[in-house]
Unconditional design. Structure first.
Ligand code: ZN
Ligand code: ZN
Length: 352
């Protein structure tokens, strides 16, 4: 809460209204799926409804809980209504137009709304030691399940069955869910960076991309490996080597004070050297934490400044239409000096 209050002071706000659920969970521990948090100078209030009464009483710290109906948003803005003029911050990217109208109506004309995106996200981007411990565990879990599921890959097995095995095993090992829809893509489908697992069977002499992640005790992991069914031809081995080198170059570019875009530039430079740059069709990585995509983004020209405590993915890839794709993704913790790899899975090219 201290960080929000600091931001309020520097922006001249009297209060801050938080509507994005991961931000609410981060600030007060509430994991329910409906609620609004209002940070004022003298008090912090979580507004939620009767479904979360018992849960909120157990989970919430640092805020009082008000059970309201029908709308938490209306109740929060009514609490702001008064005779004094107030400046209240909110994140415009986390509110619909209809919700903003509701705020205006309930809070009345004395509240001046201050739109500022990403105030809580900026705090979340720097993880403390407790968060890093949780993220290590989430990353190890993804690696463990990857290791088990690789052993199940053989010609004839369906992508969708492999994906189901991944999801099941993540849950059996303690994940509350998958961090995103698991990707298992084989053959020419592996050239689709975001392929959904299909009923296609894995065949001999194909690439298989597996991209999986767990949510474990509120924190996400995100891991990709690409394997080959059979003996890979030299051309494909060459692509694999290029992607490994590109990822290493990105990792070398991660340090506090560096631009997030430098990691992306490093990847593109290496891939260019291999003549593969035009086959890399997405960003190098993204921040990871309570959400699978958060700050800082490691994209082309990204101007955010990296800080110690950031956790980012590095996921260069090459995608060749008609043949297949290769992506290698790891989760990296930026230290005051150097980096810590959270995911612990070999980057050797696995051929089975
Ligand atoms: Zn991924
Ligand atoms: Zn990712």
């Amino acid at each position: 809460m201290l960080g929000v209050r600091r931001a309020m002071a520097s922006l001249g706000a009297d209060a801050w209204l938080i509507t994005h659920l991961p931000n609410i969970a981060y600030l007060c521990g509430f994991s329910g799926s409906a609620g609004v948090l209002l940070v004022e100078s003298a008090r912090v209030t979580l507004f939620t409804d009767g479904r979360y009464k018992i849960q909120a009483a157990q989970e919430v710290t640092g805020a009082r809980v008000r059970i309201v109906r029908p709308s938490a948003l209306a109740a929060a803005s009514e609490q702001l209504r008064g005779r004094a003029k107030r400046i209240v911050g909110f994140d415009p990217s986390q509110l619909t137009v209809a919700q903003k109208k509701q705020l205006d109506r309930s809070a009345g004309p004395r509240v001046r709304w201050l739109p500022r995106a990403g105030v809580v996200e900026q705090l979340r981007a720097v993880k403390d030691a407790t968060e890093i411990t949780l993220m290590r565990a989430a990353a190890l879990l993804a690696g463990e399940v990857f290791g088990e599921v690789v052993a199940l890959i053989k010609p004839g097995v369906l992508e969708s069955d492999l994906a189901a095995e991944i999801d099941y095993r993540l849950r059996r090992k303690g994940a509350s869910g998958v961090a995103f829809e698991t990707i298992v893509a084989s053959g020419r489908r592996s050239a689709w960076p975001h392929a959904r697992p299909s009923a296609k069977a894995v065949r001999k002499n194909e690439l298989v991309v597996l991209d999986l992640g767990a949510i474990l005790r509120g924190y996400c992991s995100d891991l990709t490996r690409t394997i080959f069914v059979g003996r890979a031809p030299a051309r494909i081995r060459g692509w694999y080597v290029a992607v490994v080198e590109a990822q290493q170059a990105a990792r070398d570019a991660l340090r506090p004070g560096a631009l997030a875009g430098a990691a992306d530039a490093a990847v593109r430079k290496v891939l260019k050297g291999f003549g593969l740059e035009r086959h890399f069709v997405h960003s190098t990585g993204h921040g990871l934490g309570m959400e699978v995509h958060e700050g800082p983004r490691l994209g082309l020209g990204s101007a955010s400044i990296l800080q110690a405590g950031n956790v980012v993915t590095l996921e260069p890839g090459v995608y060749i239409e008609g043949t297949g794709g290769i992506r290698i993704e790891d989760d990296v913790h930026i230290l005051p000096q150097g980096t810590e790899l959270l995911t612990q899975v070999t980057q050797e090219f696995i051929e089975i």
